[in-house]
Design a protein around this ligand. Structure first.
Ligand SMILES: *Cc1c(COP(=O)(O)O)cnc(C)c1O
Length: 426
């Protein structure tokens, strides 16, 4: 079976991470090595335990007034708006466009109120949202621009948009070139970075034992994702009446159970920094390049039959392969039957509109999530397997034609006359 996602670290990388846990030491030399790769003129890198940790300390540092607002890409992992709420702030959704996963400047503008202090744009599924027009809105309205690049690491060609005040990259378990945990922020204002660092000095350092356990756990997960093992385990779970879909979704959770905020409010240990530094120095762009090429090939082969989310983004790299169709359940079943562990469930959720502004409801984002199937996809997939998947989609998928989907996608909430959706009506 082709599992839905493979953890993007080799056995040597995992063993290296586990061994680093026995070495401890000072974090400063590793911070310097990381900064040497991530630093750019006018951008200051800072390493956190996770994007969520860094984002939390950023909000503490910025100390906005309770009731202030953060406008955010409507689709994101639920922890991000939850962190905003924890700071007494209101997350306000900005709807997304399925073909590119872009948020449009007009929609950013519409989500900004006099109480808005920051805009968070998420670059989803490995694509990138053009920031210049959005940055123009933010400058004019006097709000901070933060970009969530958790799904958009592609290498040293992109370490953050020059227009963004803060850029956040994740190296958590399911992310490109993972170190199982860790994140790098690049920050425009040196003083903001220093204040964030001082804020995190009040946090405890995560133990080396915690990182060791994590390396061990993901070694197990990696073992399970080997084709024949995954197939047997899924069959066994089905016999036992357990839901392998739910189990697989839960395994990807970074900070499951317990007190979430106590878990994220920690500093990364020396072994984490050592692993991050070593893995960054060894980063090979070939894997991302191959993923990009395979994704492009898939999009061409599927043609009009399904809408591949983010394919029309500026730099699509297909961190995942989401296809939007009229019959998602049917497609998942057909995929399972042929040994592809596709799923309708996503770690993303839609941020609800504030009660007093129902017109900001992210109807397009919600319709998109409801009709999307995530196919198994990673750079080690042979081309013939990707082709077989595309052919199966062509045979099984019904293009978006349901009146209610089309009404949402083409209705008054859409600012652009869409390219690929009118295409899929044929
Ligand atoms: C993974 C992810 C995060 C969180 O990253 P962590 O480093 O695991 O905290 C935030 N936003 C998006 C869009 C993500 O995909």
């Amino acid at each position: 079976m082709w599992v839905r996602k493979r953890i993007d670290i080799g056995w040597r990388g995992l063993a290296g991470a586990a061994m680093d846990c026995a070495r401890g030491g000072d974090v400063a030399p590793f911070e310097e090595r990381i900064a040497a790769l991530w630093g750019r003129a006018g951008r200051h890198p800072f390493v956190n335990l996770s994007v969520r940790s860094g984002f939390d300390s950023l909000l503490t540092t910025l100390a906005f007034e309770p009731g202030d607002e953060i406008a955010m890409s409507a689709l994101t992992i639920p922890d991000m708006p939850n962190i905003v709420r924890e700071h007494g702030l209101l997350p306000v959704p900005i709807d997304v466009e399925p073909e590119s996963m872009n948020v449009r400047p007009e929609q950013v503008e519409a989500a900004i109120s006099p109480r808005t202090r920051a805009v968070v744009v998420a670059h989803l599924f490995g694509g990138r949202v053009p920031l210049e027009p959005i940055a123009e809105v933010c400058r004019r309205r006097g709000v901070l621009l933060i970009e969530d690049c958790a799904q958009a690491f592609t290498g040293w060609d992109f370490t953050g948009s020059p227009q963004a005040d803060v850029s956040m990259f994740s190296f958590g378990p399911i992310k490109t070139h993972t170190s199982l945990i860790g994140s790098v922020f690049t920050i425009k204002d040196r003083d903001l970075k220093d204040r964030m660092a001082r804020e995190q000095e009040t946090w405890p350092t995560q133990s080396s034992a915690a990182y060791f356990k994590r390396a061990f756990k993901y070694g197990f997960v990696k073992g399970l994702s080997i084709g024949w093992i995954a197939g047997s385990v899924a069959t066994m779970l089905r016999w036992m009446g357990r839901d392998h879909d739910r189990l697989a979704t839960n395994m990807a959770r970074g900070f499951a159970g317990g007190d979430f905020f106590a878990k994220i409010r920690q500093r990364p240990s020396a072994p984490i920094l050592r692993t991050l530094a070593r893995r960054f120095e060894r980063f090979n762009p070939a894997a991302v390049e191959r993923r990009r090429a395979l994704g492009k090939r898939f999009v061409e082969r599927v043609g009009e039959q399904a809408l591949v989310l983010s394919a029309a983004a500026e730099e699509p790299t297909f961190w995942v392969l989401p296809v939007m169709v009229d019959n998602p359940r049917e497609l998942v079943t057909a995929m399972w039957r042929r040994g592809f562990d596709a799923t309708c469930s996503s770690s993303l959720q839609v941020i609800p509109a504030p009660a007093d502004r129902p017109h900001l409801d992210a109807a397009v984002g919600r319709a998109t999530l409801d009709a999307t199937v995530f196919l198994p996809f990673y750079h080690h997939m042979p081309q013939r397997v990707v082709d077989a998947m595309a052919d199966l989609v062509r045979q099984t998928a019904r293009p978006l034609a349901k009146p209610e989907t089309r009404r949402v996608l083409e209705g008054p909430t859409r600012y652009a006359t869409s390219l690929s959706l009118s295409r899929s009506s044929t």
